[in-house]
Design a protein around this ligand. Sequence first.
Ligand SMILES: Cc1cc2nc3c(=O)[nH]c(=O)nc-3n(C[C@H](O)[C@H](O)[C@H](O)COP(=O)(O)OP(=O)(O)OC[C@H]3O[C@@H](n4cnc5c(N)ncnc54)[C@H](O)[C@@H]3O)c2cc1C
Length: 489
Amino acid sequence: MRAIIVWFRQDLRLADHGALSAAVGAAGRVVPVYVHAPADEDPSAPGGASRWWLHQSLAALGRALTAAGSTLVLRRGPSGAELARLAAETGADAVYFNRSYEPGLVARDAAVCAELAAVGIGTETFGGNVLLEPGTLLNRAGEPFRAFTPFWRAAQAQLEALAPAAAPAQLPPLSAGTPPGLPLEALELLPRIRWDAGLAARFAPGEAAALGRLEDFLEGSAAGYPEGRDRPDEPGTSRLSPHLHFGEISPRQVLTAIRSLDLGPGTAARRRGTAAFLREIGWREFAHHVLWHFPRTPEAPLDARFARHEWRSDPAALAAWQRGKTGFPLVDAGMRELWHSGWMHNRVRMVVASFLTKNLGISWREGARWFNDTLVDADLASNTLGWQWAAGCGADAAPYYRIFNPVLQAERFDPERAYLRTWLPELARLPDEWLHRPWLAPAEVLGAAGVRLGTTYPAPIVDLMASRQRALETYARGRTEGPAARAPR
Ligand SMILES: Cc1cc2nc3c(=O)[nH]c(=O)nc-3n(C[C@H](O)[C@H](O)[C@H](O)COP(=O)(O)OP(=O)(O)OC[C@H]3O[C@@H](n4cnc5c(N)ncnc54)[C@H](O)[C@@H]3O)c2cc1C
């Protein structure tokens, strides 16, 4: 009986899984495998928070495969050698997998396919964790889109035909002779010193949890999403990003769930909300397409005019930013939310990124590295796009002179200071008027709230106005004039 290996990667689900469905249709024996090979994945190798997620997600996938009658085989890389070994052990003649689009993974996959072909094992690949295949959407000049709105307009014209495949109801069992895989613990994904309680309290990885989260969001916050999505103090967004990154749910499933929503009472608000939400899924799509077209952007700005920008080296300021000790409450709250829970609200991501690159003058690459290490949703495409957007040097980026003011942002988007109080308990007793700018508070107000600046909470590490001015001058100097972006390919 023919056997096919299904190689799970950033697609830790059973539903809408092209490789799995095809293998079930083509062979009597299916061998599901996950090969842990961080060295093969550089620079996409996951940081500590992502590894925690991966551990939980693999556990959930294992349970789901067992419930469907099969078993997840866990192995350690290198990927090509291990897949060839597994094929020899099981008599499989092909490896099926869903495509990845990050440059390191594209190169890894090409090498694996060549390695397998050399020993007579075939490979077949399927659409991955995006709505449309990167490379297929081009502007009228036949070039990749660099601006989101025309990209999304062109993409939407093609979404109509998309429909996700259901999960196979039953899978064939592994044959008795298949050598056992590693126990999940052997992959050593969990931290040795258990700092992960905050992550576990906030998130439940896995396909079933992802579907539940989508359903809850569409039934609940979706109607208020256009306004609620900017409020870090409220659960106004879906928090689907890590589930999407690990492929526990596909964007096609999200699209279909929106389409099939029974809009019921409050239809107009739900329609507006889900349209705005889908547009954000569109930004994710845009990020993946941009990275595919411009694979060097994790290291180099897309807009080549910024190639010679002078970034500052300031290890003390970088450490203060990383630990949430800058003296600017909204920045510090965001960085502590990230450290504690592996996630940060999008509005606050924009504020902390602007602060690092503009007020501190430190390279967006340092920020992207820290996010990659600490986010549960760390994703090379979205992270690169987000950081280059904030630094002003990417696709559809914020203009370089747009510098977020963390005081005004807190006033506007955390009106009751609930977000700040959650993450900065040492400032919690300050009145709303001063909580987001304690350095301006009268001494008696600070005293009454038990705040001693420089002792219980840091004094600001930069002057907002002076650093803003310095950023504008540095940007103006660094930008060599010329057409935006003959970007690195
Ligand atoms: C500096 C910076 C770095 C970022 N790094 C990452 C990252 O590593 N991984 C990541 O998934 N997102 C990243 N983002 C984008 C965004 O902040 C998160 O996707 C979002 O906060 C996730 O929360 P949510 O799932 O509740 O989003 P929702 O508002 O519910 O949006 C739904 C989905 O759309 C996608 N999405 C939303 N906004 C964006 C965006 N701006 N760019 C790309 N996709 C988006 C996400 O997949 C998200 O889950 C970054 C943004 C910035 C400014």
